[in-house]
Design a protein around this ligand. Structure first.
Ligand SMILES: Nc1ncnc2c1ncn2[C@@H]1O[C@H](COP(=O)(O)OP(=O)(O)OP(=O)(O)O)[C@@H](O)[C@H]1O
Ligand SMILES: [Mg+2]
Length: 249
């Protein structure tokens, strides 16, 4: 079966342009309004992420890390500010367009894995590709490729409940990879894992980064923040510091 040519062309193009800004946030403000209470979750974020970069977001509970990741991943919209993703202005687009771009550009990895319990490993990884309207032969190739990459090719028929936490997270990584997104976004991907499995998932992300993936990861754990090239420190909805990991300089 011929690969989807427009998709593979887009993928190789993104490799060629490594080092250019993939993401640009300017003056991003997010205010939540609930019961007459205003929560200023983000108060003027400026951030650029280049193609091929591995950035971690650190900071205390409630400082706005998940809010920022939701905006980056087009799960939520900013109250104010501009967001350029892969050359497109995406801060104020409608829901349908947002969902379409999200499906193509973004791969998510969540703390709680978020696999669908009554779908097999294979079906979980396949689902976002089905939403995209990809034909079944290409879906099959992508699913197998992604599961092999995370070392879960031998568990296609298992259900999530039949896997360890570390294995579930590896399947979630495969699901994120299947669509060959421009960026992988991970919110505390090791939060529900013991240290051994956590390290294995971190090694996997580092390997994907070496192969060219652009990654933005939220983590509480300074040991894991060091896996990234650059750490952005948030406090009360603002970027207060950026540090570059010595081994990556
Ligand atoms: N949907 C929402 N409605 C109202 N307030 C919200 C909502 N989501 C987040 N907030 C508030 O915005 C602030 C930032 O929350 P966020 O979840 O981004 O923090 P975080 O840095 O990810 O924290 P944690 O490390 O605990 O996950 C918090 O004060 C939170 O209560
Ligand atoms: Mg959070």
């Amino acid at each position: 079966m011929e690969p989807n040519t427009s998709d593979s062309a887009q993928h190789s193009e993104s490799k060629i342009r490594n080092g250019e800004a993939l993401i640009k946030l300017e003056g991003i403000i997010k205010v939540f309004f609930t019961d007459e209470v205003e929560t200023h979750a983000l108060s003027g974020i400026h951030l650029e992420i280049k193609r091929g970069e591995y950035v971690s977001i650190a900071g205390p509970s409630g400082c706005g890390k998940s809010t920022m990741l939701s905006i980056l991943g087009l799960l939520d919209t900013p109250t104010e500010g501009t967001y350029i993703l892969n050359g497109n202005s995406v801060a104020n687009i409608g829901m349908a367009e947002r969902a379409r771009i999200r499906n193509r550009e973004v791969g998510f990895i969540f703390q709680s894995f978020n696999l669908i319990g009554d779908l097999t490993v294979y079906e979980n990884v396949e689902l976002p590709l089905t939403y995209r309207g990809m034909d079944s032969a290409e879906r099959k190739q992508r699913v197998h490729e992604a599961l092999e990459k995370v070392g879960m090719g031998h568990r296609v028929k298992h259900f999530p409940s039949q896997l360890s936490g570390g294995q579930q997270q590896r399947v979630a990584v495969a699901r994120a990879l299947g669509g060959k997104p421009s960026i992988l976004l991970a919110d505390e991907p090791t939060g529900n894992l013991d240290s051994k499995n956590g390290e294995a998932v971190m090694e996997l992300l580092r390997e994907l980064h070496r192969e060219g993936a652009t990654i933005c990861m939220v983590t509480h754990d300074p040991r894991f923040a060091r896996y990234a090239e650059r750490t952005v420190h948030l406090f009360d909805g603002r970027i207060v510091e950026e540090s570059v990991e010595a081994s990556n300089q």
